[in-house]
Design a protein around this ligand. Structure first.
Ligand SMILES: [Zn+2]
Length: 251
């Protein structure tokens, strides 16, 4: 009788454990990132990381290191891919977008081209153009609420814009509150290491200009200032992206 009862108790405990495990899995699905190769097998090969929350919601697309020597942008985007826990929606991350440039501390690609002047790219072109075309297509398919393109600005010199810590956009249609909230928070000291300013007018061939004009999707280019410490720049990038993820109830 005692043996029977102890077996019965063990069976009940096991059943409860299985039910709890199933419930935990259903409530908190495993967020295992997937990596999709872009420009596979070429000098420009890199990875599109997709983080699925398992819950319905918007998409956000983050690109770091289109200019390979702008270390803070791709360091922040890499960290985002490892550390983000989404509660809804999908996060797409391409980092470093210019992987060859990141490895060689070079703004340009292996073919000596500025990736951020090649959009929308061309599948029949060199590896830089092919990467631009594949990345452009992935953004179109993801149809994100906003695209972040993470860069760094250099100190003022002749013939160069003095961008400092800033965000750049061609249009704020549909993201007015997000942009305004971000800027005000940085101005009041509640977000980032200091105040961010804003500019419009992204260059021809840039992700910002082309995605905005041809796909009618909003893009925010973030420039952190190279004179600030690397960790400060990385954290500023992360603060702005997390602000947007919270704005869209994605975390
Ligand atoms: Zn740049």
């Amino acid at each position: 009788m005692e043996l029977y009862q102890s077996r019965k108790a063990r069976f009940c405990l096991l059943a409860v454990a299985v039910i709890l495990a199933v419930l935990a899995f259903a409530l908190y699905p495993v967020q295992k990132p997937t990596c999709k190769k872009l420009a596979e097998g070429t000098a420009a090969e890199t990875c599109l990381t997709v983080l699925e929350s398992g819950q319905p919601g918007p998409a956000v697309f983050v690109i770091g290191g289109v200019h390979g020597d702008e270390t803070a942008g791709w360091t922040a985007a890499n960290r985002l891919a490892k550390e983000t826990k989404l509660s809804s929606g999908t996060l797409y991350i391409v980092s470093p977008a210019n992987a060859w440039g990141a490895t060689h501390s070079n703004r340009l690609t292996a073919e000596n081209r500025d990736l951020n002047r090649l959009f929308p790219g061309g599948l029949d072109g060199d590896s830089s153009e092919r990467l631009a075309a594949e990345l452009f297509s992935e953004i179109e398919q993801a149809n994100p609420a906003v695209v972040f393109d993470l860069h760094e600005s250099l100190p003022k010199r002749a013939n160069r814009d003095d961008l400092g810590s800033s965000i750049i956009f061609d249009s704020i249609d549909g993201i007015e509150d997000l942009i305004l909230g971000m800027l005000l928070e940085t101005q009041s000291g509640g977000l980032c290491s200091g105040p961010f300013t804003c500019y419009t007018g992204a260059p021809i061939g840039s992700i910002n200009r082309i995605v905005n004009d041809t796909l009618d999707l909003r893009v925010i280019t973030v420039e952190t200032f190279r004179e600030d410490a690397l960790e400060t720049r990385v954290q500023d990038h992360l603060d702005l992206v997390h602000y947007a993820l919270k704005y869209y109830d994605m975390e």
